[in-house]
Every structure is written in structure tokens, then in C-alpha cells.
Write a protein that binds this ligand. Structure first.
Ligand code: ZN
Length: 109
């Protein structure tokens, strides 16, 4: 949240904010002086909240999301493969495809 009036403050000037996050990191919930430019971006990117960098990286890192998705997909394939021991290859491939489509691909993290 902003701890001061920001109208009339130049983009390159620092404003006082307080981080709204509670991730347990050093800056969570702390007051800080940051440039208005960054404060506004942070505020906008987080739907009206100031989130410290560590929390931001923890919760919003797109690389991490991809990592998780890949991991989930892999687990799906492995589990599926193990659970279908007696089917012929074609059948397995078909079911695998359906399974991935239905379950894995609909997971939005
Ligand atoms: Zn934080």
C-alpha cells in the first residue's frame, strides 16, 4: 500500500510504500522507499497490492509454472503408463493421449 500521497510525485522519485505480502521474507509487511515507477508497476501487477520481490518470484514466476506443469505432465504419463499394464501399444497410446488431454492439459496453475 502507499504510505504517502503519490499525485504530483515524479516517476523517478521515491515514495514510501508498505509491502502487503506476508510470505515470511525480510521485506514482507515492511515499509520501504522505492521509485514511484516501480511502486506503480508493482501495484498494478498485483491487483492493487505491493508485493516484495521474493514473494513475487515465489508466486508469479512463469518459469516456475512451466516447471510445475512439466512435472505434473510427467507424473501423469508415468502413473498412467503404470496403471495400464495389459493393453496393447496402440490402445495405450490412444488412452494416454485422451488422458493427457482431459486431465493434464486442463490443469492451469
Ligand atoms: Zn513478501
Amino acid at each position: 500500500m502507499y504510505l504517502q500521497e503519490i499525485s504530483g510525485v515524479l516517476q523517478g522519485h521515491e515514495v514510501k510504500i508498505k509491502y502487503d505480502c506476508e510470505g515470511g521474507f525480510d521485506q514482507c509487511g515492511q515499509e520501504k522507499m522505492i521509485k514511484l515507477r516501480y511502486a506503480e508497476k508493482n501495484f498494478k501487477d498485483n491487483d492493487g497490492k505491493h508485493i516484495c520481490r521474493k514473494c513475487f518470484l515465489k508466486y508469479k514466476n512463469p518459469m516456475k509454472k512451466d516447471e510445475v506443469k512439466e512435472k505434473v505432465k510427467k507424473t501423469c504419463v508415468e502413473k498412467y503408463g503404470n496403471s495400464m499394464p495389459m493393453n496393447n501399444k496402440e490402445n495405450i497410446e490412444k488412452r494416454k493421449e485422451l488422458f493427457l488431454e482431459k486431465v493434464c492439459n486442463t490443469i492451469s496453475i
